[in-house]
Design a protein around this ligand. Structure first.
Ligand SMILES: [Zn+2]
Ligand SMILES: [Zn+2]
Length: 68
């Protein structure tokens, strides 16, 4: 599977590292970012571990565009 954004930019051979959880597009490290789900409701801290989700840059919420 190859990165959708790279393919759209005439770079069809870039391997993807994962699939965007929102739109389903495959994304390479350059075009993907990891977002974490919000913390659980107050009182649920111990029972709601954070999940990591891969998002393409098109779907990433503002503030998550820079990969740590
Ligand atoms: Zn890419
Ligand atoms: Zn997406």
């Amino acid at each position: 599977m190859h990165c959708l954004d790279c393919t759209l930019q005439s770079r069809p051979q870039t391997p993807a590292v994962g699939v965007c959880h929102s739109c389903g597009a495959a994304a390479c490290p350059e075009h993907a970012t990891v977002v974490q789900t919000a913390s659980g409701p107050i009182g649920m801290v111990l029972s709601t571990p954070k999940r990591r989700l891969l998002s393409c840059l098109n779907c990433a919420p503002k503030g998550h565009l820079a990969v740590a």
